[in-house]
Design a protein around this ligand. Structure first.
Ligand code: PDD
Length: 289
């Protein structure tokens, strides 16, 4: 059982308790982050903390900690879990806290609840990376503020579940005929030797992995850019990738039961996936950050 952080304290997970009046529990009123740490080195912590700040601003919760305090708190969490050798995923959640009455509008005075845990990253198998995954397209039924990493994830949960029940690993979402993102990932396509991903907007989460992948493609001198992607372009793509902190970069090789390109991970995916692994290896070196 791991050690978790709850409101300034480190304690065994089973001893971490929150009141049933917490608005995170009652309303899903809070935001979160998922931050990888490779051999104790955070993966783009500043970028994750900047996104956290944007999410907090978006829901009007004041940030309980400075960046330096967050760094220290999360480092202590990793140390308490002896997480300095393997790859860990930090889950960090802030809710609006407890209120005496269940009332939708914000309470007068609030003390945010801060929770963080660190668990070993369980990546998809090598075989999954080698074969790619299946995905299905679904209508994006979410709200108009998907750039906020909100803990109220029911639409994403229902969409991912629909994909799983159809034998697929991800739902790729379309809004008014255009690609937004996956149920819990961002999406890239390769179309006529160009690598495309939808631009940041309120319709998708600005993924940290997405930014790293874009950077890697540019370092490689590949043709990549942000662009609106129509359903037709998605279906004509020779490669489709989904990106996220925990799954990294996975090739989608079947879309709605049709093969994508040759039905196996494409050459550009192989290049970028290899670069990503090199980047992680460098990050694992002692005292890189
Ligand atoms: N989710 N879009 C959505 C809707 C997501 O939930 C995620 C990640 C991403 C990718 O973001 P990043 O590259 O920063 O992980 C895009 C996390 C992993 C989760 O909810 O567990």
């Amino acid at each position: 059982m791991g050690i978790v952080h709850l409101n300034g304290q480190l304690l065994p997970e089973e001893q971490a308790k929150i009141p049933v009046t917490d608005r995170g529990f009652l309303f899903g009123d809070g935001v979160y982050e998922v931050i990888p740490a490779y051999a104790g080195n955070f993966f783009h912590l500043d970028e994750h903390l900047a996104r956290l700040q944007n999410s907090l601003d978006g829901v009007h919760i004041s940030n309980p900690h400075s960046s330096a305090q967050w760094r220290q708190l999360l480092k202590q969490l990793l140390n308490a879990n002896h997480a300095n050798k393997a790859d860990y995923s930090i889950y960090l959640q802030i809710t609006r806290g407890s209120a005496a009455r269940r009332e939708h509008a914000f309470p007068q005075e609030t003390h945010p609840t801060v929770f963080a845990s660190a668990t070993p990253i369980i990546k998809p198998s090598d075989e999954t990376y080698a074969q790619g995954i299946s995905a299905i397209t679904l209508e994006d039924t979410r709200w108009k503020q998907c750039h906020i990493k909100a803990i109220s994830l029911l639409p994403n949960i229902l969409l991912r579940q629909q994909a799983v029940e159809a034998g697929a690993a991800e739902a790729i979402l379309l809004k008014e005929g255009y690609l937004t993102e996956g149920a819990a990932s961002n999406v890239f396509i390769v179309l006529k030797d160009e690598i495309l991903t939808p631009p940041k907007s309120a319709e998708l989460l600005p993924g940290i992995t997405r930014d790293v992948v874009l950077e890697l493609t540019q370092q490689q001198g590949l043709n990549s850019r942000e662009a609106q992607i129509s359903e037709q372009q998605l279906r004509e793509a020779s490669e489709i990738w989904v990106t996220s902190s925990t799954r990294e970069i996975l090739a989608v090789t079947q879309l709605d039961d049709q093969p994508v390109g040759k039905g196996k991970p494409g050459p550009l995916w192989s290049r970028i996936y290899a670069d990503y692994q090199t980047f992680k290896k460098q990050l694992r070196q002692p005292a890189t950050r």
